[in-house]
Design a protein around this ligand. Structure first.
Ligand code: GLN
Length: 427
């Protein structure tokens, strides 16, 4: 059988290929010399499978796609408060290279525009790190996100540095407001090196998949940054990643994303997939023309908009039945799937509505593969309250998705850990 997903991706590339609108990023001479016809797309699943079509192994510079990853590293290295004190999280509605600061706070609006990203670069590594250590930290960190050792393109870096007047102006503005407290030129140099890291479309998909996978690289298994950091980064990508096109993007495509002026574009869909495209011609916002078209198509073809989710609560309760009869009758509530707040609320309601008359109640978690913290507490609370109502409660939990109830959680909850339905206490 021919592989289904690469065929679909190749067809999508074929459809956007004739569109040669847009321009190469001319303000960096080395990028203006790039091959404008390059075109590639890769999908990386959270378990490390890559499906691709086109030029997915051609290296190009990461440019602004480094911004969310450097932001993640700064948050992980310094903690939230020092980073938030210097860089906001509000969409600016302005171009990526706008020379502007937030009124009131005097911070750059967000870490996705250059003013924010230059500041973020200065916050990578342990406090007190020098310029060389920061660049090393960023290169190591980006490599960990990609799951392989990345290198820099010295020529693109030199080419950009020779024309970095605007970023230098931004950095001097930041220095004059004490957002930067060190040599403005050295920070721009480090930031430009960060932008010059070479990646392929395949790498970018894997980096996006690492964000989608709660910060764990699907190939190496390394927890690159904490989960809490990933949530922050994806949120900012969703609201600010596409600069002054962010509102359109969020409504039309709805995938946390980031573009770069070399033509890369990533999208990261939490818990699901990392996507990357590569096509160097840019629209007036600095976003890849064919990349944006591809993402619009993927989002609508495959229902990838973050606000479009399968109905969660409904399927959690697999069955609610009585086994046996008479005084030994057993009420069995069988749960399934992944359970979060909405799912647990559904179970709470079911128990209240059923008001089981039986004296023995089993909550069967055999088919539950994941349960988050709030849902776990709610299930234990259901069990506890049932015991207070004089029920004997059994938690059938062979995979130990919930911990043993504390003694105070009601002495009469019996946890059944053996595998399989057959371990349900017989009626
Ligand atoms: N949007 C981008 O990719 C811009 C990155 C580029 N290095 C710059 O700072 O101008």
């Amino acid at each position: 059988m021919r592989p289904i997903i690469p065929d679909y991706l190749a067809e999508a590339l074929g459809d956007v290929e004739p569109d040669n609108s847009g321009d190469l990023a001319a303000y960096i001479p080395e990028l203006a010399a790039a091959d404008p016809e390059r075109l590639g797309v890769a999908f990386a699943t959270v378990d490390g499978q890559v499906h691709g079509a086109g030029d997915i192994d051609v290296p190009f510079t990461i440019q602004s796609i480094s911004k969310p990853f450097a932001y993640a590293l700064a948050l992980a290295d310094r903690g939230f408060a020092p980073v938030l004190a210097k860089v906001g999280v509000e969409p600016s509605g302005e171009a990526f290279n706008e020379i502007s600061l937030e009124g009131g706070t005097g911070r750059p609006f967000n870490p996705m525009i250059n003013a924010g990203a230059i500041t973020v670069h200065s916050l990578t590594g342990a406090e007190g790190s020098g310029p060389a250590e920061r660049v090393e930290r960023v290169l190591d960190g980006l490599s960990a996100f990609a799951g392989r050792r990345l290198v820099m393109d010295e020529e693109v870096c030199a080419s950009e540095m020779a024309h970095a007047h605007r970023n230098l102006a931004i950095a001097h503005m930041l220095r004059s407001h004490d957002v930067l407290t060190e040599d403005a030129g050295a920070v721009v140099d480090g930031y430009t090196r960060q932008c010059s890291v070479l990646v392929t479309t395949r790498d970018l998909a894997m980096m996006a998949a690492t964000l989608a996978n709660r910060g764990v690289n699907p190939l190496s298994g390394e927890q690159v940054v904490p989960e809490r950091v990933v949530r922050q980064v994806l949120s900012v990508m969703l609201s600010c990643g596409m600069y002054d096109a962010a509102g359109d993007w969020t409504t039309q495509v709805g995938i946390p994303a980031k573009s770069g002026v070399a033509g890369g574009l990533i999208g990261s869909l939490p818990g699901r997939i990392g996507i990357a495209t590569f096509s160097p011609r840019l629209d007036p916002h600095g976003n890849s023309v064919r990349g944006v078209s591809l993402f619009e198509r993927f989002s609508s073809d495959m229902g990838l908009h973050v606000m479009e989710v399968p109905s969660a609560g409904r399927a959690v309760l697999r069955s609610n039945r009585v086994v046996g009869s008479g005084p030994g009758a057993l009420r069995v509530l069988e749960l399934q799937g992944g359970i979060g707040f909405a799912g647990a609320e559904r179970v709470v309601r079911e128990v209240l509505e059923t008001a089981p008359p039986e004296t023995r109640v089993a909550i069967d978690l055999t088919r539950v593969h994941a349960i988050d913290d709030v849902a776990r507490r709610m299930v234990l609370e259901i069990a506890r309250r049932l015991t207070l109502d004089d029920r004997e409660v059994y938690l059938v939990d062979p995979e130990a998705v919930v911990p043993d109830p504390e003694p105070g959680d009601g002495g009469r909850v019996t946890v059944v850990r053996e595998v399989g339905q057959a371990t349900l206490p017989s009626a």
